[in-house]
Ligand binder design. Sequence first.
Ligand SMILES: *[C@@H]1O[C@H](CO)[C@@H](O)[C@H](O)[C@H]1NC(C)=O
Ligand SMILES: *[C@@H]1O[C@H](CO)[C@@H](O)[C@H](O)[C@H]1NC(C)=O
Ligand SMILES: *[C@@H]1O[C@H](CO)[C@@H](O)[C@H](O)[C@H]1NC(C)=O
Ligand SMILES: *[C@@H]1O[C@H](CO)[C@@H](O)[C@H](O)[C@H]1NC(C)=O
Ligand SMILES: [Fe+2]
Length: 427
Amino acid sequence: MNTVILFVLFFTRHVLTLPEQVHLAFYTSPWDISVSWITFENAEPSLTYGTSSKSMLNVTGTTNTWIFGGITRHSHVVILKNLNPSTQYYYQIDSRKFNFRTLPTDLTSYKVCVFGDLGVYNGRSTQSIIHNGIAGKFGFIVHIGDLAYDLHSNNGKLGDQYMNLLEPVISKIPYMVIAGNHENDNANFTNFKNRFVMPPTGSDDNQFYSIDIGPVHSVGLSTEYYGFEEQYGNASIFTQFDWLTKNLNEANKNRESVPWIVMYQHRPFYCSVEDGDDCTLYENVVLRHGAFGIPGLEQEYIKNSVDIGFAGHMHAYERMWPVADMKYYKGSEAYHNPVAPVYFLTGSAGCHSSGMKFSPIPMPWSAHRSDDYGYTVMTVANTTHIHFEQISIDKNGDVIDSIWISKDLGHFHTNKMRENANGKMFY
Ligand SMILES: *[C@@H]1O[C@H](CO)[C@@H](O)[C@H](O)[C@H]1NC(C)=O
Ligand SMILES: *[C@@H]1O[C@H](CO)[C@@H](O)[C@H](O)[C@H]1NC(C)=O
Ligand SMILES: *[C@@H]1O[C@H](CO)[C@@H](O)[C@H](O)[C@H]1NC(C)=O
Ligand SMILES: *[C@@H]1O[C@H](CO)[C@@H](O)[C@H](O)[C@H]1NC(C)=O
Ligand SMILES: [Fe+2]
């Protein structure tokens, strides 16, 4: 063997063990953060981290090797535990260096970037999300399904490309994900399960989980259990539903310290877009209302006084009036002590197919809609106030819709309230 061949072997080996697609996520709390990355040849799942380059600790995590489309990938994860608030951390994996800052101690006034439906091609919001995320305009991201279009395309290489494209921001602020229909890789969501590490508080395979961040109890659910019931069976629908009833029941016991409940899901309950369905298709009705022994989700949100729900899937932005069981409560007072959950559709980040048409007439629960590309920034101000802004890419990052949702401490919406409100205060 001559030196040239040796050099080539060494170089190839090195590149295949070089970490890529590096990203962060909250684990069990804002102070436990998972660092994940992929290599194409096996490598130590270890990194060094610390608050200065002089005092770096070596931590070893775990490796999960998986094969998709004939390609072997090694997903590595290290959990950084008991981090301090408002602290700059540095970390190094192999030769690659990164840093991030933890959220502030009291966890008030933190901002979350929320969107669904962002791909590699036509990813109109990508540069804005990278730029503003790095600049600290929001503390973390929640991507409510339909990633990359698709994570599994071209044997997963498009997923690799997407994660590398986003790496500058998602290696610096946590990137929380839930599954959309495009995460169905006909291999039981293999790519979605193996590329991410979401909080281990629910399904343990990223499909459903919850996490408390300051005054907000956040819950991520799979609507794809409903969408792909025929392909994968109905067992997961029931498992998730049982978990959700218990989870919301527990969250309600803790409402004095964590008063807000925010839901994240891919397919919406409500929307007014012209996709031939207006969220009235059979699959949406089953998801919301349930049918033939399959439990729907909306009653759980209503019963447990869920405050806010985010969804994507329809490639537009739409803010709803408080709505429960298709009864809506509109007017200038509707967002103070709302008598029903308030839903935001935010699926316009930029997907492979451009644009989406609205129905000619909005549904009566629609308060504002826009088909600009963009994403939502939610500012959790405190235990009584949350602010929402819709950023338009078409209008150079301008805020095209903003609203405060506020409630008195202890506010819990009930059927009685809805009966009283119906036809009186709001219409
Ligand atoms: C960290 O520890 C692992 C496991 O003991 C070891 O293989 C690796 O070389 C160490 N890394 C550094 C930078 O010390
Ligand atoms: C899909 O994967 C989950 C684990 O993530 C497993 O519980 C379930 O049984 C699988 N479903 C099918 C149809 O293989
Ligand atoms: C769930 O699936 C099982 C197995 O296919 C079936 O026997 C059962 O009737 C289904 N339950 C409902 C409520 O659809
Ligand atoms: C909560 O935030 C709102 C909006 O910034 C502010 O008006 C209100 O005074 C705050 N409440 C408390 C208790 O800090
Ligand atoms: Fe979708």
